[in-house]
Design a binder for this molecule. Sequence first.
Ligand code: ZN
Length: 301
Amino acid sequence: MPSSPTVTGRFAPSPSGPLHAGSLIAAIGSYLSARSQGGHWLLRLEDVDGGRVRPGAADTILRQLEALALDWDGPVQTQAARKNIYQDALKALREKGLAYPCACTRQEIRSFGARYPGTCRQGLAAGRQPRSWRLRVPDVLPPWEDRFHGRQDTPAPQGDPVLLRADGYFAYVLACVVDDGVQGVSEVVRGGDLLIITGMQRHLQSALALPHPQYGHLPLLYNADGSKLSKSADSPPWAGDPSQAWEETLRLLGWTTPAGLQGASAVEWRDWALMRMAERQPLYRIAATGPHQQTALSWPS
Ligand SMILES: [Zn+2]
């Protein structure tokens, strides 16, 4: 590895449960992308939402990554220790008028449906108390290029997102953007379920004067019943053997894997995949699965 790599990638699972097939794709995909360019690969546990953290899940995730021969650089980062940094970021946004207090109750928010209509954008009505803080997002966001999916110009799908929640936790959206900035992350390769919020995250980066990493979103996986396999809390954990995990993941990314590697060790799979990428194998061929096509999945357990 060069002494000063120009690429820094990361894998940022939430320790709300063990890795599942969807998070394995993000782990292996982000690893191969960064390492094939001689870059750093960081591991960050997205534990900003203390309510979702499950005891023991972080250790399980580290053991799963070790079993897959995915070696990370430096210490494992956590978010729980960084509340001051998020507080400073929120303060900067408030001072620029880019964050505003929201008084809406849980019940009111439920009644809005999927999109927050901007009720508190112009200030709070008399007698209403702020409960959370939201980011002011313009209706039209600048287009950006996804590495695999090309030009994107989706507006913020849920309206102005919450930055600081009513329960006192900072939201994932803020913590993730601040951490990527602080850690010098230059490329984000992650699950396709986050494609839709990336324009809004890029807006947040601009608001905080942080650089934009390059983004690439990997295939969305679905359970056999058609439900989205994106949240570790409601997805079956991966408990299969590392060799099958490598083979299945590369297949989902559109690779042709040689029969001779079946049953090989995780190290052999990893080194073979890196060698193939050095020979210009694309990390992800969209034509293989389609960005939103359903992929029924059956993992060995
Ligand atoms: Zn509101």
